[in-house]
Design a protein around this ligand. Structure first.
Ligand SMILES: C[S@@+](CC[C@H](N)C(=O)[O-])C[C@H]1O[C@@H](n2cnc3c(N)ncnc32)[C@H](O)[C@@H]1O
Length: 345
């Protein structure tokens, strides 16, 4: 079984500004590599809520984080439910939230999950067995036009019409290697440095797991859970994810988001984030050499500049959250006060 090497760990800890006694959420726990680093740096007294949609990942992380049992809460859930999870477990406001998106090496290297075009496996690609729709369902039931659209939008694959046509011709398709053969037939075996099936596999995985919609929803929830000066860190691995993160952070760090031609502001939007790194953080050459999987990683970080509950007061749910958490920092209040006192001094 391959091991998962966490990406940009030092940069993540710095961007999160991890402090002793702080409270953190790792929304993509995986095998717990970032979680261990956060727990080490937040000791003594740190707390970590770890979330992963994949029950196998939770099992693995639970074993790895056994020594930190008293400081961790590990939940097998999808981060699209981030706010509900935090309310349920009374885990807010927090000092930092991390998303390390995508898949772990364990998932990619698995012979049975269907994420990889290098192993033969059933066309599954679900993060959790509780999800209903598999990649096989999409491949074998979507119309040619719908398949082409999916491969184009989520894979940015210019050969989408050819691939969709060959898929429909060859159905039913049961396994990953059968699909790889069909893609190779449609586009040819060699296409530069990337494997011809890369983009179609990415598109299927994104569609099966609603990756982009869930990311957008979770980012919006995350800002409501951060305390004042709490940090939001996102590591993404492809341009579709990174675009969502970049646009989200840019929008939420602006006081007005009216179109430029609007003479006076009519949106009433107020900034709730401050960008920590204007330029995206990427791994060093050394890290890429040691861990080639890190080569496409992009880290973006922002800091919450509103007091909890101040932002988006309108919806009922957030109103509840604001009331519950509006008393300000609970357990880490003293640390925050000290930190602010020092930064003023
Ligand atoms: C790149 S790995 C994280 C690795 C982790 N940082 C580590 O150091 O081991 C991404 C993890 O996020 C999980 N994941 C992806 N999308 C998710 C979602 N919507 N909800 C919960 N977990 C998700 C995957 O199951 C996977 O375990």
């Amino acid at each position: 079984m391959p091991i998962h090497i966490p990406v940009l760990v030092k940069e993540t800890i710095e961007a999160l500004a991890v402090q002793p006694g702080g409270r953190y959420i790792d929304c993509t726990l995986g095998s717990g590599g970032h979680a261990v680093a956060i727990l080490d740096h937040s000791s003594p007294g740190g707390q970590l809520l770890g979330i992963d949609a994949d029950p196998e990942a939770i099992k693995m992380a639970r074993a790895r984080l056994d020594a930190y049992r008293g400081s961790t809460l590990l939940i097998n859930e999808n981060f699209v439910n981030l706010q509900a999870i935090c309310i349920k477990y009374d885990f807010f406001p927090v000092h930092g939230i991390l998303f390390d998106l995508g898949l772990s090496s364990l998932q990619l290297g698995s012979n049975s999950r269907g994420f990889s075009f290098q192993h033969d496996a059933p066309l599954d690609m679900r993060l959790s067995p509780s999800q209903e729709v598999t990649a096989g369902d999409i491949i074998n039931t979507y119309s040619e036009a719908r398949l082409a659209h999916l491969i184009k939008t989520y894979g940015e694959e210019s050969y989408n019409p050819e691939i969709a046509h060959h898929i429909v011709e060859e159905r039913p398709i049961k396994t990953t290697l059968q699909l790889v053969g069909i893609i190779e037939e449609a586009v040819g075996r060699r296409r530069g440095r990337i494997h011809p099936a890369t983009k179609t596999f990415q598109a299927l995985r994104i569609a099966v797991n609603h990756e982009l919609e869930h990311l957008e929803a979770a980012l919006n929830q995350a800002i409501n859970l951060l305390g004042f000066e709490g940090r939001l860190i996102v590591i993404s691995y492809h341009s579709l994810e990174d675009r969502i993160v970049k646009q989200f952070m840019q929008r939420e760090s602006k006081d007005c988001i009216c179109p430029p031609e609007t003479p006076t502001c009519i949106c009433g939007h107020t900034a709730c984030l401050r960008l920590i790194n204007k330029k995206v953080i990427t791994p060093s050459q050394m890290e890429v050499q040691l861990n080639p999987r890190s080569r496409s990683a992009k880290l973006r970080a922002a800091e919450c500049i509103t007091v909890q509950g101040e932002y988006h007061k309108t919806t009922d749910e957030l109103h509840c959250l604001a009331e519950a958490g509006g008393k300000g920092w609970r357990r880490p209040a003293l640390l925050q006060k000290l930190r602010r006192a020092f930064s003023v001094a």
